[in-house]
Each structure stands twice: as C-alpha cells, then as structure tokens.
Design a protein around this ligand. Sequence first.
Ligand SMILES: Nc1nc2c(c(=O)[nH]1)N[C@H]1C(S)=C(S)[C@@H](COP(=O)(O)O)O[C@H]1N2
Ligand SMILES: [Mo]
Length: 319
Amino acid sequence: MHFHRRHGWEIPERDATPEQLFLNRRAFVAGAGSIAAMASAGLARAAEGTADPTAGLYPAKKNESFTLDRPLTPEAVTSKYNNFYEFGSSKSISAAAEALKPRPWSVKIDGLVEAPMTVDVDDLSRMMGLEERLYRHRCVEAWSMTIPWTGFPLKKLVEHAKPLSSAKFVRFETFMDPKTAPGQRQTWWPWPYVEGVTMAEATNDLALMVTGAYGKPLANAYGAPLRLHLPWKYGFKSIKSITKISFVAERPKGYWEALQASEYGFWANVNPAVSHPRWSQATEEVLGVGDRRPTLLYNGYGEQVASLYAGMEGQKIFF
Ligand SMILES: Nc1nc2c(c(=O)[nH]1)N[C@H]1C(S)=C(S)[C@@H](COP(=O)(O)O)O[C@H]1N2
Ligand SMILES: [Mo]
C-alpha cells in the first residue's frame, strides 16, 4: 500500500485559489447591503495604508490548462528568497523592497507602435482581465520554485499596443530610482534592468504579465506592481517592476548580458545539458524542500515553446 504523507511545505493545488472564497464573494457582492460593507472594508484598508484599487480582482479564476508536476512552494518561502538586485544582491531583500511604492504606477508603451501610450497599471489589469496560472520557475543559479501567479498573457498587451510590422523584439525596462533602490546607487552596474524577447516569444501563450501571486496583488519583493514571467527561460529574463515596454527592431541587450555576456545570453532557454560556465544545470534545488531534482528541457514547457526555436540549431538558444 502507498501512503502519501503531506509535508509541511506542500500546498495542495486546490488551495492556490480559494475557489470557495471566490464563489462566496460573488454571492456576497450580489446580495443587498454588500456595497456598503465592501466600502467600509475598503476604508479600513485605506486607513492601514494598504489600499489597492484592484484588490477586488483577487483571487482571479484559475486557468486549469496549466498543471504542475510538483507541489506549490509555500508563500512563506518564496516571499523571503528573492533576486531583486535593485534592493541588494542578497536573497533577503523583502524588507528593503518595502521602500518601493507600487502605486500610482504607469507603464509607457512606445517604439514601433501605431501610437505610443502611457497606461495606469490598474487600468491595464481591468482592461486585460486577470487569471491565475500555476508555473514553475527555474533560476540560472540552479534553484527552482512553483508559484501561483495572477496576471494576463503578454500577447494580449501586444495586441493592444498595435505594433508595426517593423517591430521584431519587445524590450522591457524596470523603474530607475536610486533614492528608493540602494542597489541602483552602485553606478558601475548597468541600470536600469532591461530584458527582451522576440515577437514570437512575446506572443506565445505562456508569456505572462504578472500582477499578483498566491491569490493577492503582488508583494513588492516579487516585482510589484507588474513583472514578466517566462517559465521556459532562466529566471533573470523575467523582469520585475516594469515601467516601460518598447517595440524595437534591434535585439535588446539585457542587464545580465551587459554585465557578463560570456555567462548570460539573450535566449537563456532552460536546458539541463548545457552547463553555465561555472556550474552544472543538470539539477536544481527545489526551494523549501531541501532536495534536488533533475532539471527539464525548457523547464518542462517544450510542448508549448520548442517550435519557436525550430531551425535555430546553429544559435546558442540554451545560453
Ligand atoms: N528588475 C529586476 N528583475 C529581476 C531581477 C532583478 O534583480 N531585478 N532578478 C531576476 C532573477 S535572477 C530571478 S531568479 C527572478 C526572481 O523572482 P522572484 O524574486 O519573484 O523569485 O527575478 C528576475 N527579475
Ligand atoms: Mo535568477
């Protein structure tokens, strides 16, 4: 007989979105008197200084097409182990990242588009509509986690931006504010953080613009209020706290590529068979588990993305 004993760190998938809560709240909202109740709850939040105009959009409905081969990583683990170099090079930046003010926040969309625009992040969430997806994340440093993100497909934003046919890449930029972000006072680093993808990658269904995690708006440490997640690529491609999205003809040079091109390339697709110059990528440490497991080609998302790289055998797509 097989017994499956649940470990403390495991969260059953069904708990990622408290569907019951979601449904109950719908019923509650439909009821008489609920508007007043919600307004007073909103006032209470405002008094605490945590008001978020899109908080009511969470938890978003789970998109069931994205399933996992492992348990979710607990929020207590992922919220305290981050890479966010704007706030320092240690993994313990969550307290420092509280200095970031994620609202009001606007995102500039420019470059090779019919008409450049600036959009408020909350208007963007409302316009695009939010959903929850369970995704694996693999950092180039050989650790991994599994997160319930909330957001919308990048391809929806691309459609909204109306890029010209001359646009070949999408370039993302993080905020630049050395007063808030002490890491940015280190002027020999190539700030602001930049990343880029091809148009084909940007319009692949997996590319997700993330506004929330664990059924709530994004905490600062994860890159509030808007970050990217590309689950088939090494984590450094998934840029945080985005303020600018540009459609361009030339391949953008990312932050890490600018810093150390011999170690961090443009494509950065996950591949256990291609080592980083200084370490193997064959296995990964699963955060919160204290164990290693084999790393999967394209982080297990080959079915969705391998076709993007057909005919590119001569290029360093795994680097
Ligand atoms: N602006 C910005 N984005 C960033 C980083 C960063 O330092 N700054 N680190 C990257 C790296 S290396 C990883 S692994 C992920 C980490 O995301 P998490 O802290 O939400 O786990 O964010 C990526 N996005
Ligand atoms: Mo990373």
